[in-house]
Design a protein around this ligand. Structure first.
Ligand SMILES: Cc1ncc(COP(=O)(O)O)c(C=O)c1O
Length: 377
């Protein structure tokens, strides 16, 4: 059997990783400012994380949700505290798409409606509903197509108001990334997020904050939507939550009540997943990583803005987009193959910096130096 060929691959095999570095099978060291797509939050092979997972594996790795799992309760309490949403409720699953799928479904259960407002350039995942609210027709299969999704322009308050006026009784939810990742690092304005909050309140719709990529402290606040000073009804999270272990969840406002069997999953919230997620939160708290993300992000963005030829630097905390002109399309490739630095990208030519939240100034300077050399070349 061979692999189903869905990804274009870099010819690199990673065999070892530590903090913000990875090594290939030839012993070459790389600086990791990509984190396997914003997944590595507390650094590769963090000792506390490794030990907690190892200890858990020796006790019990998995049992299903048909029994009590005190680790889930511990995780819910810790997440409530670190995220500042202690009265919210946690449902655990295993991927970002699954989190969004459950959030959209729960919203529909809550108000009995079908329509969803999503935004241009949004990415919410590849499962059925998640891909339907994703603004990329190339990844929407005919079976996923639906008339229930309304795509609106980004940060356009008038268009949002218009849509609610047109479908006052039909809009179930509004789903929005606080900072669009795949779409090219676009920040939802604080006033736009507040407008979503007030329209959702007026029309009894559910405000879903997709925090799969921009959440978990990456933006310098636990949820990037927090910058607006209003609460969403459901936060979806994944990526940084398990530092590489597949664990995801949705944090649900108290006004939404659970009924038995309305949601469910086999793997979600298993013992190992909870151990991984708890280890991540413990390290985030103990090492003040949200503050480090804010400080290192400010530093990087200030310095990036001094570099030549860049069209625009966008971002918050350690979710940074460097928008380059078309003629500089080789910069990302050169960073990887010449300077041995992994970064992310967005089409058409945005370099995305998504390092672990404990990245150091020395590492930030290495990226700035390499970029400067490339841009001056
Ligand atoms: C904002 C956002 N939502 C959802 C997803 C889907 O997450 P997953 O790939 O874990 O299903 C992603 C993945 O990149 C994402 O960036």
């Amino acid at each position: 059997m061979k692999l189903f060929d869905v990804y274009p691959l870099n010819d690199i095999t990673i065999v070892k990783a530590c903090a913000c570095n990875v090594w290939d099978d030839k012993g070459q060291k790389y600086l990791d400012f990509y984190g396997g797509h914003a997944v590595i939050s507390i650094g590769h092979t963090n000792p506390h994380y490794v030990k907690r997972l190892e200890d858990q594996l020796h006790k019990v790795g998995f049992y299903s949700n048909s029994i009590k799992i005190p680790l889930q309760v511990e995780l819910a309490e810790k997440l409530g505290k670190v995220s500042g949403k202690e009265d919210y409720q946690l449902f655990l699953c295993s991927s970002g798409a699954e989190a969004n799928e459950n959030a959209l479904k729960l919203a529909s259960f809550y108000n009995g409606r079908k329509k969803v407002i999503a935004f241009k350039k949004a990415f919410h995942g590849r499962t059925s509903l998640a891909v339907a609210v994703t603004d990329n027709p190339n990844i929407v299969a005919p079976i996923n197509q639906t008339d229930n999704v309304i795509f609106l322009p980004w940060n356009d308050e008038a268009a949002l108001e218009e849509a609610f006026k047109k479908y006052p009784e039909e809009i179930s939810s509004v789903i929005i990334e606080g900072i669009q990742g795949v779409g090219g690092i676009n920040i939802a304005s604080e006033s736009f997020l507040r407008k979503i909050r007030s329209l959702c309140d007026t029309y009894n719709a559910v405000f879903i904050a997709d925090s799969v990529q921009c959440g978990y402290g990456r933006s310098g606040k636990f949820y990037s939507h927090d910058y607006a000073g209003v609460n969403a009804d459901i936060y979806t999270m994944a990526k940084g939550m398990g530092n590489g272990f597949p664990v995801a969840g949705i944090s649900i406002a108290p006004k939404i009540h659970a009924k038995h069997f309305m949601l469910g999953t086999t793997f979600g919230g298993n013992h190992l997943a909870c151990a991984a997620a708890l280890a991540v939160l413990e390290v985030i708290e103990k090492d003040n990583l949200i503050q480090n993300a804010a400080e290192m992000g400010d530093y990087l963005m200030t310095e990036l803005k001094k570099l030549p030829k860049i069209k625009e630097v966008r971002g918050r905390g350690l979710m940074i987009g460097i928008d380059l002109p078309e003629e500089l399309k080789d910069v990302k490739k050169n960073l990887l193959f010449k300077h041995k630095i992994f970064t992310g990208e967005s089409k058409p030519n945005v370099i995305r910096l998504l390092p672990a939240l404990n990245v150091t100034k020395v590492e930030a300077d290495m990226v700035l130096e390499a970029l400067n050399a490339e841009l001056k070349a």
